[in-house]
Design a protein around this ligand. Structure first.
Ligand SMILES: [Zn+2]
Length: 332
């Protein structure tokens, strides 16, 4: 369910060529921090030494982020249940917690690809922007839950004080990343956001997700004149919310690679099976690729080369949105 973006998979599948080219062309002799006036983090070491080894700003990967997204606290309990059985000294931190994203930020700021990134601050989405993907009734439900303080929407999915603000930032930060592309400032942008979004359907929350960030990104592209957009989701769980939102249109090709977990209840009625291929004018524009557990890099590479890339080549999209959950990389 961890639909947050992941650099490892970006490197594996989408950024490999970009990074290889950069690393080969200009190997960094040291690791300068990506200093940017829009950065509000204090994590980056103070090194004004600008990076003569780093690529020019226009060639860097634009990362969109806002630390306000750390305010979402999904709670503690037994795994993701929020339940305290009363006999544990230490309750589990919810799997979708702020610390994991803190480390993603620190890796990007101080890790080996830091010289190749530029940082951009996200901002909250306006409520009206959410209606491109979500129903007014559902948005009202979220607003009301926030006004009331907290609500459990479904298994593992808790909106607590601070969560709504973080969700609006996640949506808005994703939209900022898309605008960066649509406005011609670059060809690749990365929105590092939480809470995640790919399980959120037009009318319901699901799987730790409240607002479908990728779905909102697609609608912004369509509203800006793009006519064909593809979504590729490599999170280990089925991107059911995004698929549902575009199930009946031929303007958006949704592709999801995932474990074969099937439906997991009323909040997630979709199965993710190969026979869910879209409806009406969307028939043939949803591609589900369930993979056996343990498929590994070879399995993913095969699926990419034999199914995903040919489907994208045939569709000829004008914009691609990748949903990069990292939980498919688990080795345990
Ligand atoms: Zn997941």
């Amino acid at each position: 369910m961890l639909a947050g973006p992941v650099v490892a998979h970006l490197q594996s599948f989408f950024l490999r060529a970009f990074l290889n080219r950069r690393l080969k062309a200009e190997p960094p002799h040291r690791i300068p921090p990506p200093m940017d006036s829009s950065s509000s983090s204090s994590a980056a070491p103070a090194a004004a030494a600008a990076a003569e080894d780093a690529p020019p700003a226009t060639e860097k990967l634009a990362v969109f982020w806002h630390e306000g997204m750390l305010a979402h606290d999904a709670g503690r309990g037994v795994f993701d249940s929020g339940h305290d059985p009363g006999f544990l000294d230490v309750l589990d931190q919810h799997p979708e917690n702020a610390d994991r994203v803190r480390n993603m930020v620190s890796i990007l700021r101080r890790g080996p690809i830091a010289p190749f990134l530029s940082w951009h601050s996200g901002s909250p989405a306006h409520a009206s922007e959410l209606l491109s993907f979500h129903t007014p009734e559902y948005i009202d439900e979220l607003v009301q839950a926030n006004a009331n303080g907290a609500k459990k929407f479904c298994a593992g999915t808790f909106l607590n004080p601070g969560s709504w603000g973080a969700a609006l930032l996640a949506a808005g930060t994703t939209l900022s990343a898309v605008r960066h592309i649509l406005d011609g400032h670059g060809k690749l942008a990365y929105a590092l956001v939480r809470p995640p979004g790919h399980h959120a359907q037009p009318d319901r929350a699901d799987g730790y997700c409240f607002l479908n960030n990728a779905g909102l990104a697609v609608h912004l592209a369509l509203d800006s004149g793009r006519t064909k957009v593809v979504v590729v989701d490599i999170d280990v769980h089925f991107g059911n919310g995004t698929a549902e939102g575009f199930y009946r249109t031929d303007s958006v090709l949704t592709i999801s690679l995932h474990m074969n977990h099937g439906s997991w209840g009323p909040s997630h009625p979709q199965s993710g099976s190969v026979d869910e291929i879209g409806e009406g004018s969307g028939l043939g524009y949803n591609l589900n690729i369930p993979l056996p557990n343990g498929s590994g890099d070879v399995g993913y590479e095969y699926a990419m080369n034999e199914l995903v890339v040919p489907a994208i080549d045939k569709f000829q999209p004008q914009l691609m949105v990748f949903v990069i959950g990292q939980d498919s990389s688990a080795t345990a």
